[in-house]
Design a protein around this ligand. Structure first.
Ligand code: HEC
Length: 137
């Protein structure tokens, strides 16, 4: 009986440490888009910038970036734009990545990529978050 109680106490302590350490499903977006369920979980909404940003990208009414780009974990792979891979190596300057998302027309006039910032399709906070996610790819 005592052993059982010790076991239960020990196990719950281990679970608490895991949760405190951030090993919750919401923190698993780094490197690939999460399951839509993670984004729509009203009881346990994502709170970290990386997962929130991944959810902005995933949302068809927000970023929908995977409609054109190949992004790891996306429901399908867009093939009209370059795959979003090795972002940190290719965009060591965060400001350049932000400029590309905010106003791509400024970088490549006539591009089909929507000006997510200039047209206020996404908020400043949403763009901040999605950049944090992009840099994990
Ligand atoms: C309608 C299609 C379309 C959508 C939607 C789109 N893009 Fe793009 N994107 C492009 C194209 C095409 C390019 C290639 C350069 C150009 O023509 O502007 C590009 C280029 C980029 C680049 C530079 C890539 C590189 O390898 O140099 C980044 C970063 C980028 N897009 C991020 C995003 C993000 C983030 C989103 C969602 C918020 C998004 N794009 C949504 C079409 C799109």
């Amino acid at each position: 009986m005592r052993k059982t109680a010790q076991f239960i106490l020990g196990t719950s302590a281990a679970i608490m440490i895991l949760v405190a350490g951030g090993i919750s499903p919401a923190a698993h977006a780094a490197g690939k888009l999460p399951d839509e369920k993670v984004c729509k979980d009203k009881k346990n909404p994502p709170t970290d910038a990386v997962t929130k940003g991944a959810c902005v990208i995933l949302d068809r009414r927000k970023g929908n970036c995977w409609g054109c780009h190949q992004i790891a974990g996306a429901p399908s792979a867009g093939n009209i734009a370059p795959p979003l891979v090795a972002m940190k190596a290719r965009f060591p300057d965060k400001a350049k990545l932000r400029a590309q998302v905010e106003d791509p027309d400024n970088i490549k006039p006539g591009t089909v990529m929507p000006p997510f910032g200039r047209h206020a399709i996404l908020s400043k906070q949403e763009i901040d978050d999605l950049i944090e996610f992009l840099l994990t790819l």
